[in-house]
Design a protein around this ligand. Sequence first.
Ligand code: NAP
Length: 286
Amino acid sequence: MAQLIDGKQIAGEIRQELAKEIASFKEKSSKVPGLAVVLVGDDPASQVYVSMKGKACNEVGIYSEEHRLPANTSQEELLNLIDDLNANERIHGILVQLPLPKGLDEKEVLHRIDPKKDVDGFHPVNVGKLVIGEEDCFVACTPLGVLELVKRQGVDISGKKVVVIGRSNIVGKPVAHLFLKENATVTICHSRTQSIMEETKTADILIAAVGRPELVKGDWVKSGAIVIDVGINRVDGKLVGDVDFEEASAKASAITPVPGGVGPMTIAMLLKNTVTSFKRFNGIDE
Ligand code: NAP
């Protein structure tokens, strides 16, 4: 039976580490990292996410601002707010909660965020820097959380075979690049991949970011593999991942549950990116 990778516990440890670091910044300079979260419209799921992010900031000592704007906000008003936040010295991270209401140009808004404050890692400058291997970038929080979970398992990633299922810009592609940077041999599978099981069966580390409930069955998993399930799917009111947990855990050496695996790591990495931004703005070693 596989070992359970407890994302909730690991995220808690990271938050504690960050809280200590932030307390020491405060002591030395009386300055703390600041995060601005922008929410346009009244999507209930987005409201929950934004509240969770604000609460997580408070707990570790990050200053946070919530900017809640009505659904009929114009593109220009939203861009003006981004400009103000880009210029605001108290703010080191800017996050625009997606999706934006219809009529707003998401791409233009995300591109307007100063890449140095783009703690979500969605700006093309940051994505480009990740791909070409420049260190001073921000990487999207969920992929970063996946890497952190694997690293904290004590695995030597170099030379390992990693298979990622999914090629989205927010999970699949950045996670593949992160593991490539760690010298893994990376294969990306997607909806057009032929004989996907033949690919996944070769993986030492299998990462599923598909959005298809329990797609990955036990016979997709190599014996002893580490399985990371990014999927969050609601089935009959219950959250399930992209991996058939029971079948896969009979084969894997370690596996993340859903919920309680990758999910809690995403917010922890948002806090970490905000702290990293603060350090870069203040010339503190990372
Ligand atoms: P997405 O944008 O819908 O991308 C899904 C990817 O899976 C696409 O590349 C798609 O291939 C591929 N795919 C779909 N069906 C497939 C199949 N049958 N076989 C192989 N590949 C298939 O989704 P996403 O935003 O990356 O999210 C993926 C999952 O992670 C979702 O369940 C989402 O809720 C979850 N998620 C969790 C977190 C977290 O914090 N834990 C954060 C973000 C996302 P094509 O490119 O060919 O269409």
